[in-house]
Design a protein around this ligand. Structure first.
Ligand code: MN
Length: 305
């Protein structure tokens, strides 16, 4: 019997990830009286929560000057269950308090990674001194979904100051990649996550260029926080725009036309049913009703307004 020979030619050449859409900022709305946001995920287009799974919500407060006040602006007591809130401050400071006695301040350049999971009540306000002087406020709040098996785990916080982030310095003064979660080449971010993902700020000098690589199936996007950039050497994405990448190809480049800050997010989809109602994101309707009931019963703790 003749031996059969099979030659497998592995295509080792990777394909570029294309910018599927470059979204301009949707009209702003206020969350409480302190967060003036463009909602990109799920958004008005809409992307749907599933399209960027595990990133199910992205509120972007583009740079906005708040006037001085002795009554800090913000959002009063509200619950969360079933996911994580990641707050990234580019300008301004945010104070928070929760129903289990935790509190803190998210400083400029810092990140708070809050795992709400089983549930808590909290309030989020401009930090007192920032409110008193007023000034530029520029931030992102991202909601990261949790897989079913972790939706009811105990809440926890990861305060991540800027100096704790992984810092990858691009050669030749092109800029720096600040890694919050996941990794950029050999540089790792400090955040621990429940599912594989990457979250990082590319701070690029004018002319600076960085290449990013993620698995094709990971949902990937870039938010242009400052400056104007070119994607893959062709598509232009101006400030406050959101670039959604398609799910083919593994790599893309970002080149800064002027000094720029770009938030890069990429994650492996959880691929579980998403049932959301306001501040609860669960897998079934029954779990949503349960969340309302548990708030009533005091299982989320208590917090004064
Ligand atoms: Mn909240």
């Amino acid at each position: 019997m003749p031996a059969s020979f099979v030659i497998i030619i592995k295509n080792s050449e990777m394909k570029a990830k294309r910018a599927e859409k470059i979204l301009s900022p949707p009209p702003v709305h206020f969350v409480g009286d302190g967060f003036r946001v463009h909602n990109f995920i799920p958004g008005v287009y809409p992307l749907t929560m599933a399209r960027m799974d595990p990133f199910i919500l992205l509120d972007y407060n583009s740079k906005f000057r708040f006037s001085p006040t002795d009554k800090p602006r913000g959002v009063g007591v509200h619950p969360h269950r079933g996911f994580e809130t990641v707050t990234i401050s580019y300008k301004g400071r945010i104070a928070h308090h929760d129903s289990f006695g935790n509190s803190g301040v998210i400083g400029e350049g810092d990140v708070q990674w809050m795992t709400a999971s089983a549930g808590l009540l909290h309030k989020e306000y401009h930090e007192k001194e920032f409110a008193r002087t007023g000034g530029d406020f520029h931030m992102v709040q991202l909601w990261v979904n949790l897989p079913a098996e972790h939706k009811m785990s105990p809440p926890k916080y990861q305060p991540i100051t800027n100096d704790q982030m992984g810092k990858y310095v691009l050669h030749g003064d092109q800029g720096i990649i600040e890694v919050i979660a996941g990794s950029y080449l050999e540089t790792k971010g400090p955040a621990s996550t429940f599912t594989p993902m990457a979250l990082m700020n590319a701070r690029l000098a004018a002319g600076g260029r960085a290449r990013f690589e993620f698995p094709a199936e990971w949902n990937t996007a870039a938010l242009i926080v400052e400056g104007s950039v070119q994607i893959n050497g062709s598509d232009t994405a101006p400030a406050d725009h959101f670039v959604l990448f398609d799910n083919e190809g593994e790599h893309f480049t970002i080149e800064a036309a002027e000094d720029a800050i770009v938030l890069i997010l990429s994650g492996e989809p959880i691929r579980e049913p998403i049932v959301s109602h306001g501040p609860f994101v669960m897998n079934t309707k029954t779990e949503i009703y349960q969340a309302f009931e548990d708030v009533e019963k005091g299982k989320f703790g208590h917090l004064e307004d």
